[in-house]
Design a protein around this ligand. Structure first.
Ligand SMILES: [Zn+2]
Ligand SMILES: [Zn+2]
Length: 575
């Protein structure tokens, strides 16, 4: 529900002749790495910065993020990045994007909580500038005035956007559905969308994920009924439930069912534990302390006294459920006394992983409840009738389907045309296509770079991963070797050794080496101060990324291969 509306700043008045440019750096023709850009004159507004998980051909790649070279070149124009909600396909690229752009990030409380957590893990040194907003509020970002509109989705606290620009109003739905009975009572704010529609909307960008699905997407509420049936039917068994950790409404319903049936809840899996802790801290999940037990204590309870809520609904290797199914989980051993329910359908591409997990679960002797059994999953995205309704509320002049594979974008465009939007005013864009709108014309003439950046490893700067690339670097770009010896407290035991070849003149080498040395020392000091065990891999990645930063500051085009060798000595040698 909208509350205390406040206007931070009115949009600046500018001449009408300036074009409004709209394009995506990711999210079109794919489900993942969403990043939409709005530019008016010298003001740029970015919406979302997501990642995509790789397909099978990208061996050895952890994930893919948008190419932000356009944004890097125009950094000083960017007024901020608005994050619509906390899913990976909307926030996952921030650890890479944010330190490079260094602009404020706008989002709701839970969304920013998730972003903060992500940044702390990946780039702990980076100090982000967060601006917390609530649905119903507005914020002025240069020529743009952005109103945040509550939308329902498979994660709490999502927003759509109504953006006023000097050329007219833009509606960006965010990921949404029109759930009439959301678990937290926070409805999609139809009135705000309708109000924008009444005043006149120039351009609408809308979620296309379920543009092929008929009717309405069911309410998350029905999951509660399914849970009740499972709890009643399997009164004497231990119940193991797998679901997306970020679907906190579903987690809430499991907690509620457990409380009704007098069972304790144990959370298993890193992301499950993290999300639950964050959501409880920020007030997005209510669960009595007395109900929650650590996974290590599960064995102390009779099967009918406990529910285990775990990650692994997508068959992810090393997730809680997968380890259990392999008999490799340290705390939970499955048997015929267990019933396992997977409350999610496999994301396209994960079918095989999920299927083999189910096979292994049956092999453990458990009863397994999964997709195909009714009402075990509902989508977080609007189906065709909801998309129709949304277009009807907003009534835009121009329509651009977003967030979908090409087929979804085309289907969504057809819906828009059925709703009376002129075919010449609907645009199926690809990433990088710039839709320029001025006065009464909208057209695609320009393109910006919008490729895929493969990320291999967790540290900043680890953007090129393949062996071919390494060989290429070695052959053309030279190399730097950094060798350091540290004790287990990460104190340097000698001055690190640095050797470089093939990319700078020997005269420059000594001053570069001095800078590198200082940067490397700072890395170790940073970790030493935290007084926590650090994996050697993490240290090496960090050293590598710092060395790369230093080199690139001096030689913009240098891409040497960087080889950190860190030796950790158990005890300080006797002097
Ligand atoms: Zn989403
Ligand atoms: Zn999404």
């Amino acid at each position: 529900m909208p509350d205390n509306k406040k206007v931070r700043r009115r949009p600046r008045k500018q001449k009408k002749s300036v074009q409004l440019k709209v394009f995506a750096l990711g999210g079109l023709g794919e489900i993942g790495k969403n990043m939409y850009v709005f530019q008016y004159g010298d003001d740029i507004l970015v919406v979302d910065a997501g990642l995509m998980f790789p397909d099978e051909e990208m061996l050895g790649i952890d994930f893919v993020i948008p190419d932000i070279s356009y944004l890097e070149e125009n950094r000083e124009k960017i007024k901020g990045i608005i994050i619509t909600h906390g899913h990976e396909d909307h926030i996952g690229a921030l650890p890479f994007v944010l330190p490079r752009l260094n602009v404020p990030v706008y989002g709701t409380r839970l969304t920013l909580g998730m972003v903060r957590h992500k940044l702390q893990e990946a780039v702990p040194d980076y100090n982000a500038n967060f601006v917390e907003v609530k649905a119903g509020e507005e914020a002025g970002l240069g020529s743009f005035n952005v109103q945040f509109v509550s939308v329902c989705h498979s994660i709490p606290d999502g927003v759509g956007l109504v953006i006023q620009t000097p050329q007219g109003c833009i509606v960006h739905t965010g990921d949404f559905k029109l759930d009439p009975t959301p678990i937290d009572g926070r409805l999609t704010d139809y009135a705000a969308f309708a109000e924008a529609g009444k005043k006149g909307v120039l351009l609408m960008l809308s979620d296309s994920t379920n543009a092929e699905k008929k009717g309405f997407t069911s309410s998350e509420f029905i999951i509660g009924g399914t849970l009740d049936r499972i709890f009643r039917l399997h009164r004497n068994k231990r119940i193991i439930i797998a679901a997306f950790a970020s679907n906190l409404h579903r987690v809430q319903q499991v907690v509620d069912a457990a409380s009704r049936f007098n069972r304790k809840v144990a959370f298993v899996g890193r992301s499950m534990i993290n999300y639950v802790a964050l959501a409880r801290e920020l007030g997005y999940l209510s669960a009595d302390d007395k109900m929650i037990i650590p996974a290590a204590d599960v064995y102390k309870y009779a099967p009918n006294q406990v529910v285990v809520m775990t990650t692994g609904s997508q068959g992810e290797p090393f997730s809680g459920l997968v380890l259990m199914s392999k008999g490799e989980h340290k705390q939970i051993e499955l048997s015929a006394r267990d019933v396992v329910a997977i409350f999610a359908s496999p994301v396209p591409g994960n079918e095989k992983l999920v299927s083999s997990t189910i096979n292994r679960l049956f092999a453990c002797g458990c009863e397994v409840i999964y997709e195909g059994d009714k009402e075990i999953h509902v989508s977080g995205h609007a189906a065709r009738d909801e998309l129709r309704l949304m277009i009807n509320l907003v009534r835009p002049k121009y329509f651009v389907p977003i967030h979908g594979e090409y087929r979804h974008l085309v289907r969504h465009t057809q819906i828009a045309q059925e709703m009376g939007i002129s075919p010449k005013n609907t645009f199926v864009l690809q990433n990088g296509d710039v839709l320029a709108i001025s006065g009464t014309r909208a057209q695609v003439r320009e393109h910006v770079a919008a490729g895929r950046i493969m990320v291999d490893g967790v540290a900043m700067g680890e953007l090129e991963g393949s062996i071919m690339k390494e060989r290429h670097e070695l052959a053309e770009d030279g190399f730097i070797v950094v060798s350091a010896v540290v004790d287990k407290y990460l104190n340097l035991l000698s001055i690190p050794y640095i050797e470089s070849r093939g990319f700078i003149h020997i005269e420059d080498a000594s001053s570069l080496h001095e800078d590198l040395l200082a940067a490397i020392k700072r890395v170790f000091e940073h970790f030493a101060k935290r007084k926590r065990a650090v994996e050697k891999d993490v240290l090496e990645l960090r050293v590598k990324s710092r060395v790369r930063d230093v080199v690139r500051r001096r030689y913009v085009h240098a891409r040497p291969m960087i080889l950190p060798i860190i030796t950790m000595v158990e005890e300080r040698p006797e002097k």
